[in-house]
Design a protein around this ligand. Structure first.
Ligand SMILES: [Fe+2]
Length: 207
């Protein structure tokens, strides 16, 4: 049996300004949920280790299922880190940024890019809207990811993550008001965070 280094993830803190249309209680509840993902990502790694050390052969089915489960906890953790950090800092955004140029190339204009994200966000059901950049094709992709452990685009850097699980807005809005939540998301989104992610993604060497 291979013994490998055991590590744990630490819950990140987010320096959030006062948000428009998203209450403190809503954010607190949602951050609590994020903390749960971090805790459980760590727990799964611990449990796998313990099960293997106790009886690797006898516990092989349990370990295999926990390995499958890991992406649910890990992606839940990471997607919320993308989500909350988008609200940090002084709200900025440069209409002439490299991201704006890439968005205009694919969607026509910056406004059409936002219009498209909102259209995808209007899909029925829970999930995430994720905007990725594919450096190998120099293009953006706007995807609806139903379950965050499934349907993500492999290896592509995440530029924007819009949480559309009901827990993200149900403290402040009823399900029929999802559109208002989406508007609130954009009212608070710090585009300069997204632009920075794009710049870093664009630096990646094409595969
Ligand atoms: Fe969430």
């Amino acid at each position: 049996m291979v013994h490998f280094l055991h590590m744990t993830y630490t819950t990140k803190t987010f320096d959030l300004p006062v948000l428009t249309g998203l209450s403190e209680k809503q954010i607190k509840v949602h951050l609590g949920l994020y903390e749960g993902y971090v805790k459980h990502a760590n727990l799964i790694m611990e449990k796998i280790k313990a099960l293997k050390e106790t009886d690797a052969e006898g516990n092989s089915y349990l370990v295999a299922e926990l390995r499958r489960r890991f992406a649910f906890e890990f992606n839940g953790m990471r997607m919320h880190e993308y989500y909350f950090s988008q609200f940090e800092g002084e709200k900025g955004g440069d209409p002439a940024s490299a991201l704006a140029v890439a968005a205009a190339k694919k969607y026509g204009s910056g406004e059409d890019f936002i219009k498209h994200i909102k259209e995808v966000a209007g899909s029925r059901g829970i999930g995430w809207v994720v905007v990725y950049y594919d450096p190998s094709a120099a293009t953006l992709h706007t995807v609806f990811v139903n379950d965050h452990e499934l349907g993500q685009l492999a290896g592509l850097p995440v530029l924007l993550a819009l949480d559309l699980w009901e827990h993200a807005f149900m403290v402040d809005y009823v399900p029929a008001e999802k559109k208002n939540y989406i508007d609130a998301f954009f009212a608070n989104l710090n585009w300069s965070v997204v632009e920075k992610r794009f710049e870093e993604a664009a630096k990646r060497i094409a595969a």
